[in-house]
Design a protein around this ligand. Structure first.
Ligand code: FAD
Length: 388
């Protein structure tokens, strides 16, 4: 029956496990079930792009296995289990082959985001990796040693592409990174800041191709040859694709739950279906899709209270993003889309301090590189909250 049914959380990433930990601070007794399509090991996803810098094996990255997590959380954790369908009218989910049905009192979607796969042709697509979770990481590390890889071509010069570029350089590998836009982190940073990151990575040996798209990856000499739409080619041993992520909305969509860019929720994290909530990378909270750790922690704290009887709206302070490019550290708080204002810069070699202000002089965003990252706290204090 629905009343004594467990709280069910789908997903055991930082959002799913983070919520379970918060929930247990207020409620030790309600049965809790976590269901994941992976092996349920807990790990810090941001660490994936520091693996060569810190020399971390998959086991080093994994903090606890599903069994230990279950004991710690007084929860039952079902691994390698894909949820195929949600029956929102009867408050049950259908698991695996849809033979098993589980009732929920509340259901939480913490399904994360999928990597976007760019349209690429060729006969070596099996050598194109994306590293978006712990199992991917293991596959990639295995392929790197099996192929005795020395040189990697990266598709995408955004946050993930630049972090992996820096990490692979730190690991002693050669890199060539391709992005159709004009400089590093082009969707997050204004040009002078992006150019500073580019220069710092180039000084460490990274190569960049800005402007072209990758069109094909084919076998060549035991490695691959990557073709660009400007006629250039890049030889490499393996390819890493990092062109962005997109919230996993398919399960919600197929179950008649409202979706847009993400699973649509209000500030209580409620979806359009009764007693179904969403948080983390899969959620679009009051119009915001923010695929970072700070927002999901704020969501987990609020939702844990809501689920234990104290309805609590999530609010977001200013949340600057730190990018793990040690060659040139970056902290950025991008201005909201569609706001009027102008960037101004103080530039001292690799150290760029960019401030985005409106006509009245109100700070709406900033971008800091190199030693200018020391201004983070002062500027963060001056920034308006994202969702007060
Ligand atoms: P995920 O961790 O992706 O978890 C999704 C879960 O859902 C998984 O357990 C999966 O198995 C499960 N699942 C999916 N579909 C189903 C299904 N149908 N049935 C059952 N289970 C399912 N953010 C920062 O703030 N700072 C950083 O420095 C930073 N660095 C990053 C570096 C890298 C390389 C990457 C990839 C991301 C980085 N991020 C960073 C983003 C941050 O890691 C994510 O925002 C966060 O980890 C998302 O957590 P999540 O729990 O929402 O999703």
């Amino acid at each position: 029956d629905k009343v004594h049914a467990p709280v069910v959380i789908l997903g055991t990433g930082l959002a799913g496990y983070g919520l379970a930990k918060e929930f247990r601070k207020y409620d030790q007794d309600t049965p809790l079930v976590l269901i994941t399509s992976d092996d349920g090991r807990s790990y810090s996803k941001p660490m994936l792009s520091t693996g060569y810098t810190k020399n971390l094996s998959t086991d080093d990255l994994a903090q606890m296995d599903a069994g230990s997590m279950g004991r710690m959380l007084k929860a039952s954790v079902w691994t390698m289990t894909k949820v195929a369908e949600i029956d929102t009218a009867n408050q049950l989910i259908k698991v695996g082959d849809a033979q098993t049905a589980v009732h929920y009192s509340s259901l939480v979607l913490a399904l994360g985001a999928d990597v976007i796969r760019p349209p690429i042709e060729g006969d070596a697509l099996d050598k194109v990796y994306s590293v978006n979770d712990l199992l991917d990481y293991d596959d990639f590390r295995t392929a790197m040693s099996k192929n005795e890889a020395r040189k990697i071509c990266l598709i995408g010069g955004g946050l993930i592409g630049c972090e992996y570029t820096n990490d692979l350089i730190n690991g002693g590998f050669e890199t060539e990174t391709v992005d159709p836009l004009g400089y590093c982190l082009p969707t997050l940073l204004p040009e002078p800041a992006g150019k500073a990151v580019q220069a710092a990575l180039e000084a460490k040996g990274a190569k960049f191709h800005f402007g072209p798209l990758v069109t094909a990856v084919n076998e060549a000499n035991g490695g691959v040859i990557v073709s660009l739409d400007n006629g250039e080619t890049i030889e490499a041993d393996l390819v890493v694709s990092a062109v962005g992520v997109r919230p996993r909305i398919d399960l919600a969509q197929a179950s008649g739950i409202e979706t847009n860019r993400g699973v649509v929720t209000n500030r209580l994290l409620q979806t359009s279906a009764p007693n179904v909530y969403a948080l983390g990378d899969c959620a679009e909270v009051s119009g915001h899709v923010l695929v970072y750790v700070a927002p999901l922690m704020a969501q987990a704290r609020a939702l844990a209270k809501t689920l234990t009887g104290e309805p609590t709206e999530v609010s977001y302070p200013a949340m600057p993003v730190t990018i793990k490019t040690p060659a040139c550290p970056v902290t950025v708080a991008p201005p909201p889309r569609d706001v009027a204002g102008d960037w101004s810069f103080e530039i001292d070699g690799p150290n760029v301090k960019g401030e985005f202000r409106d006509a009245a002089g109100t700070l709406l965003g900033f971008a800091l590189t190199g030693e200018a990252t020391r201004h983070k706290m002062a500027l963060q204090k001056e920034l308006p909250a994202i969702m007060p």
